[in-house]
Design a protein around this ligand. Structure first.
Ligand code: MN
Ligand code: MN
Length: 265
């Protein structure tokens, strides 16, 4: 059984809003009868109870959105199942990890992205979607951070990578190397980690990225329990034909499949 949670939040997106509409777009593809629900690894997500949808977090003016997200993730995890969160922009990963860490004293983050998202502050906003992994590492919310597909590193990022001991596989160096994972894994997928040829509907498309196949291969190669995941930065306003939503839903299915041991082999 896998939990789903929508996080329709894009207030801290620096350049372009719109990713708050992503959870609905991804669910529409997931449940469309145009696509099957059996993963490549033969897990049937259409089986009764396979996916439990906790709906979307509701934001209000009188509750800090980070508190709202942390509370909702904490509640979803208390059900005892791995959780896939649907962003929203990448800023949401910080409050998600505040909740995940309470449940997992050992935790490695595998982070797929064009960007390291390690800015100390961006546009005067420490909660910017350019900053979540700086906040996560400062607060000790993971033991290891492994980034794959990165291709926008400036000297400030290099300093932050060294400061936090981040393990980086830049896109130019990624050859499917073993990650040597030990213990629970949290997987954070920024869709701009994929090349814009595969996932164009993102606020910051960056050429030279991973293929959909390479990202699925990374997911399927994770040989430790995946206790949580997020898929972020889909911007439906840039996705008139829904092509990127289809990619997001495909990754959701394969992540869920990697969370559940195969049953149909
Ligand atoms: Mn990101
Ligand atoms: Mn990014």
């Amino acid at each position: 059984m896998i939990s789903l949670l929508g996080l329709p939040h894009d207030d801290y997106s620096s350049h372009l809003k719109g990713s708050a509409a992503a959870p609905g777009s991804i669910r529409a593809v997931l449940w469309s009868d145009a696509y099957g629900l059996v993963t490549e690894t033969r897990v049937d997500l259409g089986a009764p109870g396979a996916l439990v949808d906790h709906g979307d977090v509701v934001f209000s003016a009188d509750v800090d959105p980070w508190t709202a997200i942390e509370t909702a993730v904490d509640t979803a995890l208390a059900a005892g199942h791995p959780l896939i969160s649907l962003g929203g922009d990448h800023a949401v990963t910080h409050p998600i990890l505040r909740a995940v860490r309470k449940h997992h004293p050992r935790l490695t983050i595998v982070h797929i992205d064009a960007h390291s998202d390690l800015y100390d502050v961006y546009q005067d906003n420490p909660r910017s979607h350019a900053c979540p992994f700086a906040r996560i590492m400062e607060e000790g919310l993971a033991d290891r951070l492994i980034q794959i597909g990165i291709r926008c590193v400036n000297p400030h990022h290099d300093a932050q990578i060294a400061r936090f001991g981040v393990e980086v596989f830049e896109a130019r160096a990624w050859r499917g190397q073993p990650l040597n994972l030990e213990g629970p894994v949290y997987l954070s997928v920024d869709l701009d980690g994929l090349d814009p040829a595969f996932a164009p509907a993102v606020a910051h498309p960056e050429p030279g990225g991973l293929s959909t196949r390479q990202v699925i291969d990374i997911i399927q190669a994770i040989d430790q329990p995946i206790v949580g995941a997020d898929i972020v930065e889909l911007n439906p306003s840039l996705d008139p034909h829904g092509a990127t939503a289809v990619v997001a839903a495909k990754l959701l299915k394969e992540i869920a499949g990697a969370m559940i041991p195969p049953t149909l082999f």
